[in-house]
Design a protein around this ligand. Structure first.
Ligand code: NAD
Length: 476
């Protein structure tokens, strides 16, 4: 059996273990075996984290940007040095193929590097006034941040949650998912080992609803940052509203992919079919609704089916595996229910549609076609290895389908027609649009959605400004 580390909270730099605390089991999604016991924070632990965060904010906001940048850079380099060890934990607790785990950790290090640079690019403005008077617009760190990160990218989600506040001069209490705790704690440990004052960044785990109510109920916390489902996001927004806390909300999506009849089918499929099954479809920007122009529908569907069947599914530690298990037992349960519902509504199940093996949470890469909009899967984010392929008559119908849902995170379009590209960019309601490419994430580009997919951005310069507030100063 592979090693899995002892689990702990990190409060004021101290590793807080299970003695005297409730615990929950951490499970390997490839086998269903328990691999660790996670201590859950009690009310006193959370109060202690809050007191530390208040102190940490006073320390860090007064720390020179160059020092903040150095800590972020050194933390990023430690992440690179420890990539092999942390990737093992990540694959063990989340299931994704080991090379993808390494890629995620290295991308997280690049993001921390980018934020290091941004520390030194926080500016204000001076307004024009008569001689002897001054008016200035200052940017100041918002204050201690409470951040909640999900299990689908256990390293990157935590790097996003802590990197921007640290760059801005805030303190942060982060709660990684209880289902993937070791990776998040290891990312934070890199920052602490790089010289981050221990009060500035802390890690708690617990019963999510108890932790969020406790932290958001405290006036010490001035900002909520959440990544997860729209349902939980709306609940947390209401808690934050009670104390008028700032918020960044990265919520669900249901990524439309518009494929126009002027495209080479294989070119689109070679990018988008692997994308649909990346991380077993548990990606907020997953391409899920393939909106294909009539004349390409059949070759596109057939090529997708061939590629889905060819994928190697298995334990993320095994060589050549392209898709691991789903991360928790809720995944295959939800997909099984949604696929059955789609078929009941008249959809064609082209391939997959079943669990694989008799242990762990594996579900086969699945393709559904001709799915009516009355099916649940056309309206709710599947968050699993399912692609929906439907045919449409023309551009207007395709744009209408793309914008039909209340979600607006990532959208993709493939066409060689330059004038149509401009129309699509204007018309599509999404926070991120990818044209003739499958990528919507880059460390220097704001990442976030519109409508029910949330508000505010992570990454890019906007990730840092989202952790700042304005103060206008008038001086005579
Ligand atoms: P969920 O909605 O209960 O949990 C989503 C995340 O929110 C988890 O990390 C969880 O720990 C956290 N959470 C839940 N309740 C919380 C609370 N009261 N306070 C603070 N944090 C809380 O359910 P789930 O089964 O983990 O995921 C369900 C759906 O959520 C998925 O199908 C997907 O649509 C969405 N999701 C989106 C992302 C994303 O990257 N945007 C990530 C994970 C899940």
């Amino acid at each position: 059996m592979r090693d899995y580390p002892a689990l702990h909270l990190i409060i004021g730099g101290e590793k807080v273990g299970a003695v005297g605390r409730d615990t929950c089991a951490v499970v390997d999604p490839s086998t269903g075996e328990t691999i660790g016991e996670l201590p859950l924070a009690n009310a006193a632990d959370l109060d202690s984290a809050l007191e530390n965060a208040a102190r940490g904010f006073r320390i860090w906001r007064a720390t020179a940007p160059e020092k903040r940048a150095r800590v972020l850079q050194d933390g990023a380099n430690l992440l690179r040095e420890r990539v092999e060890t942390i990737a093992q934990m990540l694959t063990r607790e989340q299931g994704k193929p080991l090379p993808e785990a390494k890629g995620e950790i290295l991308y997280s290090a690049n993001l921390l590097d980018f934020y290091a640079g941004e520390c030194k690019r926080i500016y204000g403005r001076t307004l024009v006034r008569p001689a002897g008077q001054r008016a200035e617009v200052r940017m100041e760190p918002v204050g201690p941040v409470a951040a909640f990160a999900p299990w689908n990218f256990p390293a990157l989600n935590v790097a996003r949650k802590i990197g921007a506040p640290i760059a801005a001069g805030c303190s942060v209490i982060v709660k990684p998912s209880e289902e993937t705790p070791a990776t998040g704690a290891a990312v934070v440990q890199c920052m602490l080992d790089a010289g981050l004052p221990p009060e500035v960044c802390q890690v708690v785990f617990g019963v999510p609803d108890e932790v969020s109510r406790h932290l958001l109920g405290s006036p010490i916390i001035r900002k909520l940052s959440f990544t997860g489902s729209t349902t939980v996001g709306k609940h947390l927004l209401k808690l934050a509203a009670e104390d008028m806390k700032r918020t960044t909300m990265e919520l669900g999506g249901h990524g439309p992919v518009l494929v126009f009849g002027d495209m080479d089918v294989d070119k689109v499929l070679d990018t988008m079919a692997p994308n649909a099954f990346r991380n077993a479809g548990q990606v907020c920007v997953s391409p899920t609704r393939f909106i294909v122009e009539e004349n390409l529908f059949e070759p596109f569907r057939d090529g997708f089916i061939t590629r889905a069947r060819a994928l190697k599914v298995g334990n993320g530690f095994d060589d050549g595996v392209q898709m691991g298990p789903m991360a928790n037992p809720r995944g295959p349960d939800q997909i099984e229910r949604m696929v059955a519902d789609a078929v009941d509504h008249g959809a064609k199940l082209e391939t997959g549609g079943e669990r694989i093996g008799n242990q762990g949470y594996f579900y086969a890469p699945t393709v559904l076609s001709e799915v009516p909009t009355s099916a649940e899967i056309m309206n709710e984010e599947p968050f699993g290895p399912v692609a929906i392929i439907n045919r449409y008559a023309d551009e207007a119908a395709m744009i209408a389908e793309a914008n039909r849902l209340p979600y607006g995170l990532a959208a993709y379009a493939w066409t060689n027609d330059a004038a149509r590209r401009r129309r699509l960019i204007d018309e599509i309601e999404a926070g991120m649009v990818a044209i003739n490419t499958g990528g919507v994430s880059a460390v220097d580009a704001p990442f976030g959605g519109v409508k029910w997919s949330g508000h505010g951005s992570e990454d890019g310069a906007e990730g840092v400004t989202a952790c700042m507030v304005l103060k206008t100063v008038h001086e005579a």
